[in-house]
Design a protein around this ligand. Sequence first.
Ligand code: FE2
Length: 393
Amino acid sequence: MAEKTKRELNEYVDVGHSELENHLRTQNAQLQNVADDADASRKLTDFLWLNIFGFAYHYLKSRFGLRHAYQYYPVGEETGVFKMPLENQTTQIALLSDWASDTPESDRIGAIAAAHKPDFSIHLGDIYFVGAPSEVHDNFISPKASWPRGKWGSLALSGNHEMYSNGDAFFKTLLPTMGVRQGDSVSTQKAGFFCLENEYWRIIGLDTGYTSVERPLIEILSPPNCHLRKEQLNWLKNQLHLSNPNDRRGIIFLSHHPPFSLFRKAFPKPAQQLSQLFGDFLRPVLWMWGHEHRLVGYQETKVAKLPIHGRCIGHGGMPVEIDAPKIDTDSIVFYDQRKRKSLRRVDVGYNGFAWLKFTNEKLDIEYRDIEDKIVVTESWEVDIKTGILKKVL
Ligand SMILES: [Fe+2]
């Protein structure tokens, strides 16, 4: 059997956000694999089955079929709270978003992150084109997959693309391979959200993907807003005790969707919900997300009174956008607009990932690119007596 065809970055240059288009692209990619294997006489039949019947089946199933059941942590059993190991003084975490494109670029980013030997690695969502089982397999599970697994484990969030196939492969195929090693056993990730913590920091992965896609008619009447479902809110309240004034650890939220943006539609609803959960104990947080394929850092921005230091790191594996923001460039702290090349006459930037190093109350972040160059660094410090998070200059 011939070697399976990898994808090329230029296949993704003008990829849109409609489910229809993304299903078509997945079918086309599968047809390409079959065509590489098949003799000429089989190609027409394969074309019909995969491209027309296969496409219609998968598309209609995803649009009108049932979404995968929402998974959450039942009280008293799995908590979804994972501990950073105490073994080393510094815990190193690789954050990759919009990375799973199965291209030479995503392979390279995966290899660089792996070479730095992360303790943990986290994907902030979007497996292209539709989070199908084969796409989860090719990016994360196959022996040739380039996902950089952390020494202690890996965790994953869902984006909108995983939900284009109802989240089936995200929940059934990907999550059972995600989790954290604790002692001799591995605690697998049982829901689309999680917390990874130590005595100074909490990294809270939020699921905004599940509520980012709706049924065809409902989508028009009530556009999806990426809200946190009540099961997730209960977990934040009753498991993480987010409003506990005695817990003043630094908080880093991770999500696929942006709570605000200077470039595209943002989804402030989760920030509004979190703001209410914090109650009187509102304090600045770091929040890192993807969805937009670029590297941007913003000044502190309040969404529903929640002060957010926002970082968009969606430049993991897709053609990187480098266009200028429409308005208000003053609120940008950094934005990597370097041109790497042109693909189909579109200028694209440098892929990359975020490298977080936690040492007690200190957090150093390096934003590394596809050549393993550090593009930007920043340092943060949390005072766990007051809960104040400040940037160290
Ligand atoms: Fe997305």
